[in-house]
Design a protein around this ligand. Structure first.
Ligand code: ZN
Length: 445
């Protein structure tokens, strides 16, 4: 794996005081802020006052993080039911920004910010970017949607706070994105991972070698589940280190958790966010090292703090406080998938990211694939359609059959399921410039 470019990146701190807190001090701060949070929502939010009263919890009932499990969960449905401003903990007059999360059906989820919320958000992003090598010297391209989506503006203000030269190119117009990258000498960018791959491919089609003709030294990707395999592919493609970014609009947007240069899990900024992992079916808390649904409590948000928000993202808390980077902030694993992305095929739970992880390690496999689930008679059938690299269809048919055999047995071992693999020519699967749509479930429609 290409690591040479990584040596250029130093472990740096944006807010050294907060980032280098000891584990003990982090727990004290969390308890103190949790007490304050319960008081604030009780006084400020009619929604939470009712929810807490129903459980016999008063503004002074919660003393430390040990009492966390007494508090109720907040769900996406709660946010939808209280659309647009019913969950706010401050008067609307204190709000200075309103975003929404994409809602495919019904009401979107509203996210409101006070001026201080925006300051903290920008500082969290500045911590993430500084941690992954972005400095005032960098030319930083924000290849994420601007507007209601929190990604674009979130990274924009964080990078600007550091003093980097921000290029707000947003999404779409792929050739123009590559042109700007080359002409401006862009040194860092953020994007969703499937689009970053597409950018790299497009550059090559334009006769631009991303490793030689571009100057990218650090990159971050997030906003959709992806895998270490894709990371390796991106690092190889651009010749730089690539870092995983995690956040969700309901708790404020990106900047909740981010990888450090150790690339060994994502640090959750624990002075602002308290993270738990629970069993998605029962809501029971799970210990570090066990996979379940991430639940996030926002400790410092003013306009729309959330208590124990059910993210629907599947991950685990990693064991141990110490990280080589010097931060004791809780580390979480990569997101394995969403509780609602999980597909059940003949009784087996399948996450698209598992399949992606295996595919991206095979050099013959291209950057695009699609998972198709169909019902044949009484049985569910799983088919994976995979684009292979340009040469594969030009060679011997026998080699192609061999390749299909190898991929099938690899995937069948991984998932414990029989499946069909279909190899297709590069560029033949549908492409999306927004979030990749990898799963086609034809069973119910
Ligand atoms: Zn670290």
């Amino acid at each position: 794996m290409e690591r040479a470019a990584g040596a250029l990146i130093k472990n740096a701190f944006w807010e050294p005081g907060a980032e280098r807190l000891s584990p003990k001090r982090i727990r004290e701060i969390q308890s103190e802020r949790l007490r304050g949070l319960v008081r604030r929502v009780y006084e400020g939010s009619a929604f939470y006052r009712r929810l807490l009263r129903d459980r016999g919890i008063g503004p002074g009932s919660i003393r430390s993080t040990d009492d966390l499990e007494r508090l109720p969960f907040t769900t996406k449905d709660d946010l939808r039911d209280n659309y647009p401003f019913g969950i706010l903990s401050v008067p609307l007059s204190k709000v200075v920004r309103i975003h929404t999360s994409s809602g495919t059906t019904g009401n979107p989820t509203v996210v409101a910010y006070t001026r201080r919320d925006l300051e903290i958000w920008s500082n969290c992003i500045a911590r993430c970017l500084t941690m992954t090598g972005v400095t005032p010297e960098d030319i930083f391209q924000v290849i994420l949607g601007y507007g209601l989506f929190t990604g674009g503006l979130g990274f924009h203000y964080g990078a600007e706070l550091i003093g980097a030269k921000v290029v707000p190119s947003s999404t779409g117009g792929t050739k123009r994105q590559v042109k700007l990258m080359r002409d401006f000498g862009v040194t860092a960018f953020t994007s969703i991972p499937s689009y970053a791959l597409y950018l790299g491919e497009t550059a090559i089609e334009m006769g631009i070698d991303p490793r030689k003709d571009l100057r990218i030294r650090t990159m971050s990707c997030g906003a959709e589940p992806w895998s270490e395999g894709t990371r390796e592919k991106l690092e190889e493609l651009f010749g730089c280190m690539v870092f995983n970014s995690y956040g969700l609009s309901e708790v404020g947007g990106p900047g909740v958790a981010f990888e450090c240069i150790e690339q060994d899990g994502l640090h959750v900024w624990s002075d602002h966010f308290l993270v738990e992992v629970v069993d998605p079916r029962t809501g029971e808390g799970l210990p570090p090292g066990e996979e379940g649904e991430l639940v996030i409590t926002t400790l410092t948000r003013e306009a729309m703090p959330l208590i124990r928000y059910r993210t629907r993202d599947i991950a685990m808390i990693l064991e141990g406080d110490a990280c080589g980077c010097g931060r004791a902030h809780t580390r979480i694993s990569w997101i394995k998938g969403r509780t609602d992305d999980m597909i059940k095929v003949r009784g087996v739970n399948v996450f698209p990211s598992q399949i992606e992880h295996a595919l991206m390690r095979m050099p013959e496999v291209g950057n695009n694939y699609q998972i198709v689930v169909e019902r044949r008679g009484h049985l569910d059938e799983l088919k994976v359609r995979i684009e292979v690299t340009g040469g594969a269809f030009k060679g011997e048919l026998k080699d192609l059959v061999d390749l299909r055999g190898r991929i099938s047995s690899e995937l069948e071992n991984l998932l414990g399921l029989r499946l069909t693999v279909e190899l297709v020519e590069p560029g033949s699967l549908p492409r999306v410039e927004g979030k990749a749509s990898r799963v086609l479930d034809r069973r119910s429609r």
